[in-house]
Ligand binder design. Structure first.
Ligand code: NAD
Ligand code: MG
Length: 327
């Protein structure tokens, strides 16, 4: 919450007290603004989406319609005040949604992304700084082991510690058949999605104290893999499994490990090769909610998994998939 908002709330509370109205819960409830009901089927754009492609890794700023990462809607309430978070793939998609929410909950946030994504990253840095929080931009390629070690060291030095690590970056390139997946594809997908998760988490353990959280973005495809993203789906199953074994290992140390399993979400990963171009207009149409999700719809899960309120949850995967199964 910004200093201005804190002042506004404090002002409202003291006005109530002086009128004698703030003594009961009822009065407090009366002061709470109403949350209008939002129909999830019509809350966001529905298919068909405009046909579009982008060069990998894609930019949120070039998508039509633009994804909603919670820029206008996410409201914090101090749930992560003083925390220090590193988010890979923090420039766009779920990573950007988590970065905005974490900053609004009071955390300082470091983001990693690829150099080609500098313009998206700049927007996220500005959004974090607008909350009065520290933003640290750390571009670089996670396929490089040495860079992964440096990223953890740079993030914890710049933030003055690390207590939330979100392994979220991923490569997804659709291929019609197994024969179409080259050794280079297979290697790049596993390096980005599995090796980097392993290298980064291992390095992060040097910094995480009891009460810290590790959050891995896995996917609904770890539960129900489609035909055209075979190598990617295998890596997301690795992430799910990693959460479950590492949670057992780290529980005695007081470090929680959980996962997020998104369904089809409107992010640059999809038009930059994640879907076959002809499939993109109907992306998410087969979910019971009838549309693609927006990254901002998952922000609350990333916050909850990192927060003290959620202290008994470890080794869990929380889904937001639009109704088609998953965790
Ligand atoms: P996104 O394109 O916004 O984010 C992916 C990010 O990965 C990119 O922004 C990029 O910064 C990063 N990245 C890729 N290769 C990298 C590399 N070699 N080095 C450094 N960074 C690299 O897309 P997103 O959909 O928000 O993806 C975030 C996570 O969500 C991923 O783990 C993805 O598997 C998962 N996910 C996405 C969907 C979906 O439908 N969009 C569904 C399920 C799971
Ligand atoms: Mg990006």
């Amino acid at each position: 919450m910004s200093a201005g908002l804190v002042t506004a709330f404090a002002g409202r509370a003291s006005a109530q007290e002086s009128s004698g109205a703030a003594k009961s819960g009822t009065a407090a409830a009366a002061a709470t603004p109403t949350q209008p009901l939002q129909d999830p089927t019509t809350k966001y754009p529905q298919p068909p989406y405009p046909a579009q492609t982008q060069e990998w890794p894609g930019l949120a700023s070039k998508m039509d319609p633009k994804p909603d990462h919670g820029e206008e809607s996410y409201k914090g309430s101090g749930r992560l005040a003083g925390r220090k978070a590193l988010i890979t793939g923090g420039d766009s998609g779920m990573g950007r949604a988590a970065a905005i929410a974490y900053a609004r909950e009071g955390a300082d946030v470091a983001i990693n992304y690829l150099p080609q994504e500098e313009s998206d990253a700049k927007e996220v840095v500005a959004l974090i700084e607008a909350e009065g929080r520290k933003a640290v931009a750390l571009p670089g390629d996670l396929k490089d082991r040495a860079f992964c070690s440096k990223l953890i060291e740079d993030a914890s030095r710049e933030l003055g510690g690390l207590d939330i690590f979100v392994s979220n970056a991923a490569r997804q390139q659709a291929r019609e058949s197994l024969e179409d997946i080259s050794d280079e594809d297979f290697d790049a997908t596993f390096k980005t999605n599995v090796y980097a998760m392993f290298w980064l988490t291992k390095a992060a353990l040097q910094h995480l104290k009891p009460g810290s959280s590790i959050i891995i973005t896995t996917s609904v495809v770890a539960y129900d893999p489609p035909d055209v993203i075979m190598d990617y789906a295998m890596t997301k199953a690795c992430g799910r499994n990693f959460v479950q074994s590492l949670a057992k290992q780290l529980a005695p140390k007081g470090i929680r490990v959980n996962g997020v399993a998104p369904g089809p979400i409107w992010t640059p990963l999809q038009p930059s090769g994640g879907q076959l171009p002809e499939d993109l207009p109907q992306f998410g149409a087969d979910t019971p909610l009838g549309r693609a999700g927006q990254p901002g719809e998952l922000a609350g899960i990333y916050v909850l998994l990192a927060s003290n309120e959620n202290s008994f949850a470890t080794g869990q995967v929380y889904g937001a998939v639009g109704g088609n199964g998953g965790p």
